[in-house]
Write a protein that binds this ligand. Structure first.
Ligand SMILES: [Zn+2]
Length: 270
């Protein structure tokens, strides 16, 4: 217990100097602020949120696909109806020409050959219309199948979206409740800091140093920047009569209560 007795040489461990209670509150405040940042980031990029957004996008894409298929179907049905009308018209005209050609009323050879030519032309046209109508009907069937598939996919996507939104909603409520709890704790700690200068220094340093205003004293070094601390600084940091800063990085030094090792003036271990 050589080291234990050596401590008495630099002053017996005290319950704490004038700044001790504020340092404890600021140390906890730093943990709470870290947790608040993590909770906010957690809300922002939470996997449940990402999944809900992705499910929403997928459902929107399928809704758009369904609308586009429906639009295409309307066009194709109109085209098929038009082709069928034109085909019926061509067939009727063909029937009339055939009747005149073979009815016996027309006997003049020149007129007969002209009728013959018109009949052939109209039948050719009817053939083309029929081919085109068949082609369009095939497209129509394909589009109907594509629409049925897209509707099926959309049903599944909406189910996935519903689940993802419920899950994210529950997660968000939990995270927001945790955040609210942390904010309340922060307010309590801020109110409990006795010296407003201490709080102001904490806030300024936290803003300047990525949330780490306080640095633990560890192995006679500042744990934030890693630089060794002078004996005077170590002694004062431990006494906590006032705020002591790291000479290198400027952070507030925090000597955790109950730590007695690494004291200045302690003899080197044998
Ligand atoms: Zn430092």
């Amino acid at each position: 217990m050589a080291m234990g007795s050596a401590e008495t040489g630099v002053g017996a461990p005290r319950a704490g100097g004038a700044a001790a209670a504020d340092l404890e509150r600021l140390w906890e405040l730093q943990q709470v602020d870290g947790a608040i940042r993590a909770a906010r980031e957690g809300l922002e990029g939470h996997p449940d949120r990402v999944e809900a957004e992705s499910a929403r996008d997928a459902a929107a894409r399928l809704e758009a696909a369904c609308r586009s298929h429906q639009e295409r179907l309307r066009e194709l049905r109109m085209t098929v109806r038009r082709l069928e009308r034109e085909l019926a018209e061509a067939e009727r005209e063909g029937d009339q020409l055939q009747e005149r050609l073979f009815g016996g009323a027309v006997t003049h050879p020149k007129e007969l050959s002209s009728l013959q030519a018109r009949l052939e032309a109209i039948r050719e046209r009817a053939g083309r219309l029929q081919d085109e109508a068949l082609e369009q009907m095939e497209s129509l069937e394909q589009t109907e199948r594509a629409l049925a598939q897209a509707r099926e996919d959309l049903d599944r996507a909406r189910e996935r979206l519903g689940q993802a939104e419920r899950r994210w909603e529950a997660t968000r409520r939990d995270l927001e409740a945790e955040l609210a709890r942390l904010e309340r704790r922060r307010a309590q700690l801020v109110a409990a800091v006795a010296n407003p200068t201490h709080l102001a220094r904490y806030e300024r340093l936290a803003g300047a140093k990525g949330g780490q205003a306080l640095a633990l004293v560890d192995q006679e070094r500042c744990s934030a920047c890693g630089m060794p601390l002078s004996n005077l600084v170590l002694t004062e940091a431990r006494r906590k009569e006032r705020m002591i800063f790291c000479e290198t990085c400027g952070r507030i030094l925090y000597w955790p209560p109950g730590r007695h090792l690494g004291l200045p003036g302690a003899p080197a271990p044998a």
